[in-house]
Design a protein around this ligand. Sequence first.
Ligand code: SAH
Length: 404
Amino acid sequence: MLTIRLKDGKDKAARRHHPWVFYGAIDSISEDGKGFAEVLSTDDSFIAYGWYDAKSHIPLHLLSWNRNDKADESLIRKLTRESIARRKAFFSLPDTTAFRLIHGDADNLPGVAADAYGKEIRIIVSSRFADDNLHIIAEEMNSCLHPSIIEAVTDKQFSSLEGISERIRHFRDGKEAKEEGTRENARFIESGIWYEAAPGKGQKSGFYCDQRDNRNAIERYAEGKTVLDLFSYTGGFTLHALRGGALSVDSVDSSESALRHLLFQIHLNEDKGTIPQGSRERVTITDTNAFEHIRGVEDGKYDMMILDPPKLAKTKGNLENAMKAYKDLNRIAMMKIKKGGIIATFSCSGALTREDFRKVLEWAAADAHKDVEILRTLSQGEDHPVRLAFPESEYLKGYILRVL
Ligand code: SAH
């Protein structure tokens, strides 16, 4: 095992259980190599166990602050088991079979985002640590949950940053297996609504289960409403608006395949009787740039809008431009919505704090000359926990607004 000493005065964040350590804080490394490391202060007091890999954009990830843990493969197994055990309440839900099992660093497993979709598990790999240790995590998940298959896909955005190859790996019975031929979609249910996620495709691991609570939150406002679902993806919010009694929903996204899948899911739910019959006729899909589309929307046409854009601030570096884009989108929505209308607005940019997002909305309202109330404050689902010591784990922020 490596021994890494942190510089005096640069070990505060690590002692407070922040999991990321950069070179600026590292005083010495005992030898070349990668793998488990004991992390000490210069006076040799124990700080944590971690994983060191010079090729990672975060060279040292801290995994455990408990000196009694063993810094070897068994730690990864233990962290996997503990993460799954913390989701225990989800396993007995009658109407939801899609949820996050491991939420990366927030569960002390950096770069591992694992979601259950019914009997399947899908993992998004975004770190060298996750890429190297995937077989251990998969084996442990298998012995806890016995999924039909575990599919792991490299996150495109991180493959070059971390220097890991873009690939899809499969595990059956906990062992890596070659998959040939096509597999059926994973079918699952969320809050009583049915969905399918195609294997190896789609965005994230095929679905955004972080929005679960927020989809339910908007449903209560949908009755009799004319709804615009901007950045609809495969229709999570659209389906909830329909179940909530929306008069019509116009769903807009730049992904044609997502919109086609949205229509499929409307049929699926009509068949299952989970949304009103005739829902399909109430929905239009438009494959276009939503930022442009909203500019052409007729004033007062909609009395409810959902704004769930992709991550606009990818890093702190483009925060300013991202804030402008969020502001513009929300300003136009506030100007166009019918008097008294409802806007559910989100930001999933980790680099944008909740305070900054709220400021953006304040500026948008001021520029639109509208009085706007916050009805509800929204966040990511509890299966995507936010660790106090790791503020970066809070990324999804949302508000339900009423424009007076
Ligand atoms: N609301 C969705 C998730 C949205 S994710 C749900 O509940 O499942 C963001 C979506 O924005 C993706 O579907 C992506 O295809 C879409 N998108 C990205 N850029 C876009 C653009 N310029 N115009 C329209 N859609 C865009």
